[in-house]
Design a protein around this ligand. Structure first.
Ligand SMILES: NC(=O)c1ccc[n+]([C@@H]2O[C@H](COP(=O)([O-])OP(=O)(O)OC[C@H]3O[C@@H](n4cnc5c(N)ncnc54)[C@H](O)[C@@H]3O)[C@@H](O)[C@H]2O)c1
Length: 248
């Protein structure tokens, strides 16, 4: 059989690049979808990599991008819904645009990606979906739209695993805690982030922070044949900090 194919959305970001690197090492051909810098990011990786400019909130772009992968490699074995945003806000300061934008990227995007991969999975007899959640789905965080979107992603996963199970598709969530990537720069300045990261390490029974590669290893396991009977599940990659109260 030819090498399996993975799509990683938000592929140009911190976690996306780590996931792509590990999947390439596991023998996947990888398509990086991103609304910014997909081709440049693909150029930084070696192996069979495709950079595709695509905004996951735009159904036409999603359809066209998946068609491009299908034309190039003829299949999609693993879909990694990794694109995500977390604009700073509280409920009191909430603007409807912030709510809408967060839900569109973090929840509508994964639903559209799954929808347009289904014909391929039906034709090839199965596939894998792993979506990037967050520990906040469980204990809540401090950005309401973000926490709601990540809790919604678990709901989407549980319904998708029922609808897609008969097609041989597993659907799971990997839920990290704080990880140093460009993601957190949208929330606060570097000094605050250093303190914040320290509080996460203290809240971990292991006393340490999660790194992008830890998240990538969990994704790689869930898309592998070893995880063929795991579906509808949430795996926290949080060094145990998912057990701590919300961290501020
Ligand atoms: N970094 C953390 O602390 C952390 C913790 C828990 C969960 N997560 C989740 O992990 C995932 C990846 O986060 P990261 O840390 O790599 O962030 P990042 O900001 O480094 O990367 C996110 C990528 O998503 C892309 N993106 C955003 N909106 C998009 C859209 N509409 N269409 C296509 N691409 C889009 C961005 O351009 C960026 O390249 C996210 O879903 C995030 O919620 C991150």
């Amino acid at each position: 059989m030819s090498a399996p194919v993975a799509i990683v959305t938000g592929g140009a970001g911190g976690m996306g690049m780590a996931i792509a690197t590990v999947l390439l090492g596991d023998g996947f051909r990888v398509a990086l979808f991103d609304r910014h810098g997909a081709k440049e990011a693909a150029g930084q990786l070696s192996g069979d990599v495709l950079g595709v400019a695509a905004d996951v909130t735009d159904e036409d772009q999603v359809r066209a991008a998946i068609e491009q992968v299908s034309r190039t490699w003829g299949r999609v074995d693993a879909l990694v819904n990794n694109a995500g945003i977390e604009p700073a806000h509280s409920l009191e300061s909430l603007e409807p645009d912030t709510w809408q934008a967060t839900l569109e990227v973090n929840l509508t995007g994964p639903a559209l990606m799954i929808k347009h991969c289904i014909p391929l999975w039906r034709g090839q007899g199965g596939g894998r979906v792993v979506s990037l959640g967050s520990r906040v789905w469980l204990g809540g965080g401090w950005t309401p739209a973000y926490s709601a979107s990540k809790a919604g992603l678990v709901g989407l996963t549980r319904v998708a695993c029922r609808e897609l199970g008969p097609l041989g598709v597993t659907v799971n969530v990997v839920a990290p805690s704080f990880v140093h990537t460009p993601f957190n720069a949208q929330k606060a300045d570097p000094e605050f982030l250093e303190d914040y990261a320290g509080r996460f390490a203290e809240a971990s029974p292991l006393g340490r922070l999660v790194e992008p590669v830890d998240v990538a290893y969990a994704v790689a396991f869930l898309v592998s044949d070893r995880a063929r009977n795991i579906t509808g599940e949430v795996i926290h990659v949080a060094a145990g900090s998912q057990l701590a109260p919300a961290i501020r």
